[in-house]
Design a binder for this molecule. Structure first.
Ligand code: ZN
Length: 217
C-alpha cells in the first residue's frame, strides 16, 4: 500500500536533509589536544587518541587550525578525555576552554579578543563563535558596562563539554578584554530542557586613572 505523505511533512523532510552537519574549526581540535598534552604529556595524549575509532583519530590528527572537522568527532574526543581525567579533574572542560582562548585563540584572533572593555569585545561586528563553529552563533541578548547575557542560537549542540568549554573560554575572553574579577555562569542549558543555552557574564571595570583629566568638562 502506498501512503502519500502530507505536503507539509515532505517539505519538512527536504529541509531536514539540506541542513548542514555541525562543524568545528581545526583550531578547536588543536586547542583540545594541546590542553591534553599539557595535562597528561605526549604519551597520555597518544593513549587517549589510540582508544578512539580510527576514523575520528585520523580526522583529529590531520586537522589544521583552519580546516573543518565534524563536530561529532570533537564530542567523541571530549568524552574520551572525560573518561580518562574527569574524576580527578572535574573542571577540565572549563580549563580546556580557557586554555584554548588564552593560547591559540590569542595568537590567531588577538585583535578580536584584546579590546578596551568586555562590552566592546561582545558588541563588535565580528563573531568569535563563528570563527570556531558552524552553523549558528553566540548572540548577545543584553549587555551593559559590567554584565551581559549570551545565548547560543542555531548550533545543534549535543554535549555538556561544549557548554563547559564556552564557560571557561568566555571567562578568559572577558579578562583579556580588560574585565576585572570576571564571572561566567551557564544559567540555562538546552541539554537540561531549557529552550536555549545561555551564559550570564559579569565583571568589574578598572578605576579611572587619577592622572588622566576627567572627560566631558
Ligand atoms: Zn548548555
Amino acid at each position: 500500500m502506498i501512503v502519500s505523505m502530507p505536503r507539509r511533512e515532505v517539505a519538512g523532510g527536504r529541509v531536514a536533509r539540506s541542513v548542514s552537519q555541525p562543524i568545528a574549526k581545526g583550531s578547536v581540535v588543536k586547542g583540545s589536544l594541546d590542553f591534553l598534552r599539557q595535562e597528561l604529556g605526549e604519551a597520555g595524549c597518544g593513549e587517549i587518541l589510540g582508544l578512539l575509532p580510527g576514523r575520528h583519530r585520523r580526522l583529529l590528527l590531520g586537522a589544521r587550525p583552519t580546516s573543518e572537522v565534524p563536530y561529532d568527532t570533537l564530542v567523541v574526543l571530549w568524552r574520551a578525555i572525560d573518561v580518562r581525567i574527569g574524576s580527578a579533574a572535574p573542571d577540565w572542560a572549563e580549563r580546556a576552554g580557557a586554555y584554548a582562548i588564552a593560547e591559540l585563540g590569542l595568537k590567531l584572533y588577538g585583535g578580536i579578543l584584546k579590546k578596551r572593555s568586555p562590552e566592546e569585545f561582545l558588541t563588535q561586528s565580528v563573531s568569535l563563535f563563528k570563527l570556531y563553529y558552524h552553523p549558528g552563533n553566540m548572540e548577545v541578548v543584553s549587555h551593559d558596562a559590567r554584565s551581559a547575557v549570551l545565548r547560543l542560537v542555531g548550533f545543534p549542540n549535543a554535549s555538556q563539554f561544549f557548554c563547559r568549554r564556552q564557560t571557561g573560554g568566555l571567562l578568559t575572553a572577558i579578562s583579556l578584554a580588560g574585565g576585572l574579577a570576571p564571572s561566567v555562569r551557564h544559567v540555562r542549558c538546552a541539554l537540561e530542557g531549557d529552550a536555549f543555552c545561555e551564559w550570564s557574564l559579569g565583571w568589574k571595570l578598572p578605576r579611572p586613572d587619577p592622572k588622566q583629566p576627567p572627560r566631558g568638562r
